[in-house]
Design a protein around this ligand. Structure first.
Ligand code: FES
Ligand code: FE2
Length: 429
């Protein structure tokens, strides 16, 4: 099947609105830009939907947004993973309400048509009225493309386009880095998702996830209250931490550059736990990977990365960013549990409750800044937002990766460079 495409290329000139050193404020406010993004980024591209560990048993399913589409991600009774539009083929009702469930079949709440977890129509009430062959066996419609990497399930609403491998590009190393912190090579996203609805554009959340410049200001009270929270020792432009642009819109804050200097493995990324208190985890890692390799992994820790467009591997939590409108976004966060690391997982859960929960001391600060930024960009002048911090001192590696200092806008420039390319597709050279 294919999903009808939106009309020809929009008339918005993204090459004019995104420059190498600044972006135009209308990109955060314009309804037409948002509609265009939902097609070019959130329908045509690859979007993270769910992780295997959320639907481990046949019969499990979750309901997710793929751009503006509600989709059912299921683990069917044969063990396959499926992604289907949440729309009954009879009269169009959403088949699933709620966020998740476990069933042998899905029943539409309107007239009771029933579907298997792979989308097949299993039965309808009073089928006699369809005699004469009027009832075509119609199941739930599958989205055109589904692909997986390391247990992460992605979807695309277009039947053609680059592969997920190509989309992820160099960002695969971050997924591998995170999985490689588990002695079993797997993560589990089983704690549930915290949801925050923000009155700001989704791109502000993306940019903030890899902004190394704001912590002193926005999280000043936290840093003052809890020094061991600090994953980065030196939040100044003298910090050894690097910020990188891997291309394809994928960017990170490479904390490993700082952790290697600090040398105290585990301590930084676990929020101040010495390795002596994680004996089982350390032993399991050494058993799995050998002492030298295990020590390297435990020293360098998890990635702090933003994968274009909607998933952030934010050390020991994951954030998923869901655009709602030009000025509304929902962010979902969940702790990352490492399979085979129970003692560390218990600590990670407590940390995430403190940092990300409803009374959390970290993410609420960022949410407030997102909303204040939206209020600001709704005003007319100055029209442009700056992107040029650290531009002249940026390095470009042989593989094309751009590297800047912790407080440089290398990550924002990486996002916008790819955004400009994707949003200009079909607009001619
Ligand atoms: S709309 Fe689903 S059974 Fe009628
Ligand atoms: Fe922040």
């Amino acid at each position: 099947m294919s999903v009808a495409r939106q009309n020809a290329a929009s008339s918005i000139d993204y090459r004019r609105l995104v420059e190498s050193e600044r972006v135009h404020g209308s990109l955060y406010t314009d309804e037409a830009v948002f509609v265009d993004e939902m097609d070019k980024i959130y329908a045509r591209g690859w979007v993270f939907l769910a992780h295997y560990s959320e639907i481990p048993r046949p019969g499990d399913f979750v309901v997710r947004q793929l751009g503006r589409q509600s989709v059912i991600v299921s683990h069917d009774l044969t063990g396959e993973y499926r992604v289907m539009f949440n729309r009954c083929p009879h009269r169009g009702a959403a088949v699933c309400q709620g966020d998740a469930g476990h069933r042998r079949s899905l029943t539409c709440p309107y007239h009771g048509w029933t579907f298997a977890l792979d989308g097949r129509l299993m039965g309808v009430p009073s089928p006699g009225a369809y005699e004469g062959g009027q009832l075509q066996p119609a199941g739930l419609a599958h989205i055109p493309r589904v692909a997986r990497y390391g247990g992460f399930i992605f979807g695309s609403l277009y039947a053609d386009g680059v592969s997920l491998e190509t989309h992820l590009g160099k960002a695969k190393v971050w997924l591998d880095q995170l999985l490689g912190l588990s002695p079993e090579g797997e993560i589990q996203l089983t704690a549930g998702w915290m949801k925050h609805r923000l009155n700001c554009n989704w791109k502000m959340v993306v940019e903030n996830q890899v902004d190394g410049y704001h912590a002193q200001m926005v999280h000043g009270s936290l840093l003052a209250a809890n020094e061991t929270f600090a994953t980065v020792r030196d939040r100044k432009d003298t910090s050894p931490t690097r910020v990188r642009d891997f291309g394809d819109g994928h960017t990170d804050i490479d904390h490993a550059t700082d952790y290697r200097v600090a040398g105290d493995k585990l301590f930084r990324w676990t929020g101040g736990i010495p390795e002596t208190r994680l004996g089982n985890y350390v032993a399991a890692m050494r058993q799995a990977y050998g002492a030298e390799e295990a020590n390297r992994r435990m020293l360098e820790g998890p990635p702090h990365a933003m994968l274009f467009p909607n998933i952030s591997l934010a050390e020991m939590n994951i954030m998923v960013i869901q655009p709602i409108s030009p000025t509304e976004t929902v962010q979902f966060t969940t702790p990352v549990f490492l399979k085979g690391a129970d003692e560390l997982n218990a600590r990670t859960l407590r940390r995430c409750e403190g940092a990300l929960g409803p009374a959390g001391f970290l993410i609420a600060d960022d949410a407030e800044i997102g909303e204040l930024t939206q209020i600001g960009v709704n005003n007319l002048a100055p029209e442009w937002l700056l992107l040029n911090r650290g531009l002249s001192s940026e390095d470009v590696n042989a593989d094309g990766t751009r590297v800047g200092g912790l407080m440089d806008e290398t990550s924002q420039r990486g996002f916008w460079r790819h955004y400009r390319e994707v949003m200009s597709e079909g607009a001619g050279a």
